[in-house]
Design a protein. Structure first.
Length: 465
């Protein structure tokens, strides 16, 4: 046990996935020294009892210069141009095109113009080299270089492949010939989002499907350096310390133990414009079926404070609310939402909600996978389309990762209130109806067992170190 690992914890979700799972326990036992390079303030870790061989170093915030921003934008737009045959990527490409002629907008339009003609993999790699060259002498880059020279980790592991403000850290590792590895953050990232912050030496992925996608979108990646490990995102669900008794959950949220529980989990404010409409429709069903003795718990997105729901709280005072216990660790950040971090209490609350709810309703969220891991029926609500004046959430059904969900038949897709009410009846009367479909989808999206995820990751990283 002579090796040292550097772990880059990017944001609050990375904190949940890699700090509140079993990961730090596993790596601290396998490596002589563990250094966490944190994009979150040091005090974010105060409530934790960490092993003695773990050291935390807070990273200064990197703010892009105009030239760095432009080359990075050019790289991302080039990647989307190359892969615009994918609906999600093309949709993001279209949404990103400016509607005005302000100075910044004109630069974005210029990036689109250049990338329209030059978007080969070779051109994209050139844009990345220009991006890296533009920040190599920046003060923050030099500080990162000094940190890595001082610590000399055998491998630098990034818990998220996308945040552009961490690109200088990859550059510095490359300069010092330190191996880099990254975990692919979410099930939709490869086929829906723009370019990664950088190329890495190796990758950890959720599934065989994700490995196939990675090879397609990043053809220069060596297949032997992509390993399927599952995802630590769900590992707390099989960890004893996060279990919560049903009676405690019901007491905490003032739930009625004689009623069945529906959980509606909200989208982020940016794409959840129809959340209140969906919630109202669920309440209409509950009112129309008093004999079923139902109650509704709404869990808002951890990325927001839930204030947008005040009108519906007043309209339906009987709804119970779970506002996730995520605290804002820092305000002065280029992506302030990333600085929201979960309390252990929230992981326990969520796990109990998953276990003791009868079914889940949400708008095309990963939360569907969370509930399916507990074998609960899931309904996706997408009431908006191009013609009915609502926010068009049906467009998400064209995204590749959701095509797999639709094809699997694991999830019911409700495009209006009639659909939703029919599927609520189905889920309550025949909860086992889609059981096998749910199991197949979980196997497709998460190709390994939840138990032992962190141990698998650690063993592979040690092998690559």
């Amino acid at each position: 046990m002579t090796k040292k690992i550097g772990i880059v914890i990017t944001d609050g979700v990375g904190y949940r996935n890699f700090v509140l799972s079993d990961f730090l326990n596993q790596v601290s036992g396998a490596y002589k020294k563990v250094v966490i390079y944190s994009g979150l303030p040091l005090e974010s870790y105060n409530a934790l009892e960490l092993p003695e061989n773990i050291e935390i170093k807070e990273l200064d915030i990197f703010i892009e210069s105009k030239s760095t921003w432009f080359y990075r934008k050019l790289k991302e737009v080039g990647h989307m141009m190359l892969h615009k045959g994918y609906y999600g990527i093309n949709n993001n490409l279209k949404r990103g095109y400016p509607k005005n002629n302000k100075k910044r907008s004109l630069l974005i339009k210029l990036a689109y113009k250049i990338a329209y003609f030059y978007h080969s993999e070779k051109a994209i790699n050139l844009y990345e080299r220009m991006q890296f060259r533009s920040f190599k002498k920046e003060a923050v880059t030099q500080q990162y270089l000094h940190l890595l020279q001082e610590d000399k980790p055998s491998i630098l592991f990034f818990t998220h492949q996308r945040p552009p403000y961490l690109a200088p850290l990859v550059f510095c590792a490359n300069q010092l010939s330190i191996k880099t590895s990254s975990f692919i953050f979410s099930w939709d990232n490869l086929a829906s989002k723009g370019r990664m912050m950088a190329r890495f030496d190796s990758y950890l992925v959720w599934s065989d499907l994700m490995k196939k996608e990675l090879i397609h979108f990043y053809p220069n990646t060596e297949k032997d350096f992509i390993k399927v490990i599952g995802t630590p995102q769900f590992e707390p669900y099989v960890m004893e310390q996060y279990k919560l008794d049903k009676a405690l959950l019901y007491a905490k949220f003032n739930l009625d133990d004689s009623k069945r529980l529906i959980c509606y989990s909200c989208a982020d404010a940016g794409i959840g414009a129809n959340d209140s409409l969906h919630i109202t429709s669920v309440m209409n069903y509950i009112y129309n079926h008093p004999e079923l003795r139902l109650q509704l718990l709404v869990r808002t997105s951890p990325a927001e404070d839930g204030l947008r729901f005040e009108p519906i709280k007043n309209k339906f005072p009987e709804i119970k609310w779970n506002i996730p216990k995520w605290t804002l660790a820092r305000h002065n950040h280029v992506e302030s939402w990333s600085q929201r971090i979960p309390l252990i209490e929230d992981v326990k609350d969520l796990r109990a909600i998953l276990e003791f709810s009868d079914l889940n309703v949400n708008m095309c969220s990963t939360m569907g996978l969370d509930f399916m891991l507990f074998d609960k029926p899931v309904i996706y609500t997408v009431f908006g389309n191009e013609n009915n004046g609502l926010y068009n959430d049906q467009l998400f059904l064209n995204y590749v990762h959701l095509q797999y969900v639709i094809d699997s038949k694991a999830v019911a897709i409700a495009k209006d209130e009639t659909d939703l009410h029919n599927y609520l009846t189905e889920a309550l009367e025949q909860p086992e109806l889609r059981k096998n479909y749910r199991a197949s989808l979980i196997s497709l999206e998460i190709s390994k067992a939840l138990k032992g995820t962190s141990k698998r990751m650690t063993e592979i990283l040690l092998e690559w170190s």
